[in-house]
Design a protein around this ligand. Structure first.
Ligand code: ASP
Ligand code: MG
Length: 442
């Protein structure tokens, strides 16, 4: 069984939803995971922040905007008045409940409001298929998707409940469910964090031992550089799980980084496809590592570097532990790290607890904070038996000031830190050394 996930732009209009019925195979069984229509989760987040500031009129206004958009989609999506009505009734019911929840607002309905977008998009696709005479099942993600106390998927619960539900769907090939939403350990509505529908697809893939997980967006797979800043980027046809994880984590927007782990665990290929050009083969991510020089570049903004220096570190043990304890206690993940004998520089992207981190580090070292940094991740074959690769990277960056280099952590990438202002220059310079991907041949 395959899992197919369609993101916000793939369900972003009536026409796009109609288009899905041409892409989704109806003769073999598959699970279809949908995001909310493009922009909806952002607007629901805005509604929630208004509600938290007790700006109830603004919050209602925002909900009205989202409601209107869905009502208009009903008009254009369905061709018969019966289905237009069924769609609109569903929308009105959902929003009616939410307007009520805004009064007396507390943290709990926030997650319920945020979960609405996926309920609406999946209901639309289900109704549209039904109007077209295709038998589909809509299974609520809240009946099987659950995270544990650490926010990690509870695979036992998910596998058990999902397979029980799927057993009731025999004879139905298209099984539709919501991405992003889940329950927490208390059974309350939660979510897998922004962009989490890809993760949903991967978790389902893992739970049902899918033959593949397809992620459909509006670009033909992972490009070898960031197409927003660099011209003539090309899609890469094959990546290993490791390479894709680095690219996804360090900025390539096409795939949520959490998607890789559940699929790698069961060796399930992840295929990135373009719904605007379904015939394109896209990018296939598997456990196979294909050699190919410098394969791809990605960049991640909003990085803070922390420079920690202490003479006490000289020939002392336990110093790094002390540093990492601080980040551990402040629940802040560290991305890059380089060390010298008396200094350590590391980077974080979550600065929520920066003040407390700085204070704690300051008790045993001097600390310098450098903001507005960008990580540049260069993925390629940086194996020891493949000399000359690193020099290629640094030669091309002759004119770019580099403030940190991380090399040797994996055999698949070199990661650098530059000032945000140097990002575009660096990406363009690196494009000169990136390999031309193999043409589509499978
Ligand atoms: N709708 C959610 C979001 O916008 C989940 C997703 O799109 O993957 O973050
Ligand atoms: Mg997405």
């Amino acid at each position: 069984m395959k899992v197919l996930k369609f993101g916000g732009t793939s369900v972003g209009s009536a026409e796009r939803i109609q288009n899905l019925t041409r892409i989704i195979p109806t003769t073999t069984p598959c699970v279809v995971v949908l995001s909310a229509m493009a922009g909806v989760t952002n607007n629901l987040e805005k509604c929630i922040s208004y509600a938290k500031e007790t700006k109830l009129n603004e919050a209602k206004g925002m909900l009205q905007l989202v409601e209107q958009m869905h009502l208009e989609t009903c008009n254009n999506l369905f061709s018969t008045s019966k289905y237009k009505m069924r769609g609109k009734e569903y929308v009105k019911k959902m929003f009616g409940d939410m307007y009520l929840k805004l009064d007396g607002f507390s943290a709990r309905p926030a997650k319920e409001i945020l979960a609405m977008g996926e309920s609406l998009s999946t209901q639309f696709l289900h109704l549209y298929f039904t109007e077209q005479g295709v038998n589909t099942a809509l299974i609520p993600a809240l009946q099987f998707m659950r995270v544990d106390k650490d926010g990690e998927p509870d695979y036992l619960y998910i596998t058990e409940n999902l397979s029980r539900i799927l057993d009731t769907c025999t004879g139905i090939n298209v099984i539709i469910t919501q991405g992003f939403v889940c329950k927490d350990t208390k059974g309350e509505i939660d979510n897998l964090k922004r962009g989490g529908s890809d993760f949903t697809a991967a978790i389902i893939g893992n739970a049902i031992n899918a033959s593949e997980v397809q992620i459909w967006t509006d670009i033909d797979g992972f490009h070898n550089n960031d197409p927003r800043f660099v011209e003539n980027t090309l899609p890469i046809r094959d990546l290993s799980f490791d390479e894709a994880a680095e690219l996804a984590y360090f900025g390539a927007k096409i795939l949520h980084p959490s998607t890789i782990h559940p699929c790698r665990e069961k060796d399930i290929p992840v295929i990135l496809k373009n719904m605007l050009r379904p015939s394109d083969i896209g990018t296939t991510i598997t456990s196979t590592h294909k050699h190919g020089g410098i394969k791809a570049i990605a960049a991640k903004d909003g990085i803070t570097a922390i420079r920690i220096k202490s003479l006490r570190m000289l020939m002392a043990y336990g110093f790094l532990k002390k540093i990492f304890d601080v980040f551990n206690e402040n629940e802040t993940p560290v991305d890059l790290i380089t060390t010298s004998e008396v200094a350590v520089t590391l980077t974080i992207d979550n600065t929520e607890n920066l003040t407390s981190i700085t204070k704690a580090l300051g008790e045993f070292s001097s600390v310098e904070i450098v903001q507005n940094q960008t990580i540049i991740c260069v993925v390629g074959d940086f194996l020891a038996e493949n000399p000359g690769m690193a020099s290629k990277v640094f030669n091309s960056l002759n004119d770019t000031p580099i403030s940190l280099i991380s090399y040797g952590g994996s055999l698949h990438n070199i990661t650098l830190l530059v000032n945000k202002d140097s990002k575009i220059q660096a990406l363009r310079a690196l494009q000169n050394i990136v390999s031309v991907p193999e043409p589509a041949n499978h």
